[in-house]
Design a protein around this ligand. Structure first.
Ligand SMILES: [Fe+2]
Ligand SMILES: [Fe+2]
Length: 276
């Protein structure tokens, strides 16, 4: 059987989600009219910042979209949230096309990437840990450990100038194509806890009060616009609900993912063809 390709997804374009702040969206088919967002972001301030570099699947689309928002030679920073493949798809190309950019990453990401990519230019990097920050000219951007993550190197980014936040793999949610939570049906948003559980099954062993303090600390940045790699943009009540949903996961059982039954369903048409 053939799974749907990225040619079968709704077209998406970069769009402004906060002052100076652009979501770079892409979608991957996820079955039954639903799609997995694979977003990144650009902050187009005095020293423009690319925030994550998309998935290999979307590399050409990602490059077109990013450089429709910012000129490559103007980019001063490439912030890499972590080393997972779906965040590093355009990394080498971005470094090559943006000669004035410094890569914001960390020791462990570089160690891990050394196993799968050509050597990255150490002299073009800044290694910053959660709690650290960097000055992008007209704003200081703060790094933090996201509340949900699937890689130990993950760092989110908060821009106090616009109150926009990049929360990486937290708040994932399949969508019919909409990129703003206001436009996503409630039934789709209701799946967010299951997606959070899939990304970070370790929530089952968390102590409610200590994890609650971590969620409180992230919420206390005061973000009014929260973008993520795999979910819709969250604001207002939808954002409050998303944070509350995280608190509810602490110590709760892992939410099971589809198993063999789904694979059987996907393969059934092929088996029917073989029999016919
Ligand atoms: Fe990840
Ligand atoms: Fe991801």
């Amino acid at each position: 059987m053939n799974l749907p390709s990225i040619n079968d997804v709704p077209a998406t374009r970069p769009h402004r989600i906060a002052p100076d702040t652009w979501l770079i969206p892409n979608l991957a088919p996820a079955g039954e009219g639903l799609y997995l967002p694979v977003n990144s972001m650009v902050i187009r301030g005095r020293e423009p910042v690319i925030v994550d570099t998309g998935a290999p699947l979307h590399r050409a689309l990602w490059l077109d979209k990013v450089f429709s928002v910012v000129e490559p030679e103007d980019v001063r920073w490439i912030f890499l949230s972590h080393d997972d493949g779906d965040h590093t798809g355009g990394l080498l190309e971005a470094l090559e096309r943006c000669p004035n950019a410094t890569l914001v990453t960390n020791f462990f990401s570089v160690e891990r990437l050394a196993l799968e990519k050509p050597a990255l230019p150490l002299h073009r990097m800044r290694w910053i840990e959660p709690g650290g920050s960097f000055d992008a000219g007209d704003r200081v951007l703060h790094l933090f450990r996201p509340p949900i993550f699937d890689g130990p190197t993950s760092r989110g980014l908060f821009d106090p100038k616009t109150a926009a936040m990049w929360i990486v793999d937290s708040f994932a949610c399949l969508t019919p194509g909409a990129l703003d939570a206001e436009d996503v049906p409630a039934a789709a948003l209701a799946q967010m806890p299951a997606m959070n559980s899939a990304v970070a099954p370790w929530h089952a062993w968390l102590d409610r009060s200590s994890y609650g303090r971590h969620v409180d600390a992230v919420e206390a940045f005061g973000a009014t616009t929260v973008a993520s790699a795999h979910g819709p943009v969250l604001r207002g009540e939808r954002l409050d609900d998303a944070f509350d949903g995280l608190r509810g996961l602490a110590g709760a059982p892992i939410i099971p993912m589809p198993g063999q039954e789904l694979l059987d369903t996907l393969l059934a048409p092929t088996l029917m063809e073989a029999v016919a």
